[in-house]
Design a protein around this ligand. Sequence first.
Ligand code: DAT
Ligand code: MG
Length: 139
Amino acid sequence: MATNRTFTMLKPDAVRNGHIGAILEQITASGFRIVAMKLTQLTTDDAKAFYAVHSERPFYGELVEYMTSGPIVAAILEKDNAVEDFRTLIGATNPEEAAEGTIRKKYAASIGENAIHGSDSDENAAIEGAFHFAGREQF
Ligand code: DAT
Ligand code: MG
């Protein structure tokens, strides 16, 4: 069953470069409601677990190092068709291939440092959201 929630992280480069406000503005202007949100930092174990599916890929070490390099904004978002619509809003993994106007096209420096995460399925959205937020932190 499709749910109406997704999970996002504004990644360390987006936070470091001062883009929190502009990115949140684009997200809410696109019809997403913020259900939960916090500034936090992933530990190495957190990042390894979050990206475990990529553990055999050559970029895994760099990815873990990057994702732990500074604070992130973690959030749960709500909208009809949230997972798919949010993936459209953020654009392709590689910003060079991302559509004009998408968040990655506007704010990502490279495929490795690509500004923002969006869950790729309802199942992962639920797992990723629950990792960061207790039920009482979700509104
Ligand atoms: P997405 O974040 O669009 O879901 P993904 O799940 O394939 O993309 O990969 C997770 C992250 O890993 C991605 O946001 C950035 C990094 N990554 C993916 N492919 C990469 C590559 N070829 N080189 C460097 N980093 C990569
Ligand atoms: Mg992914």
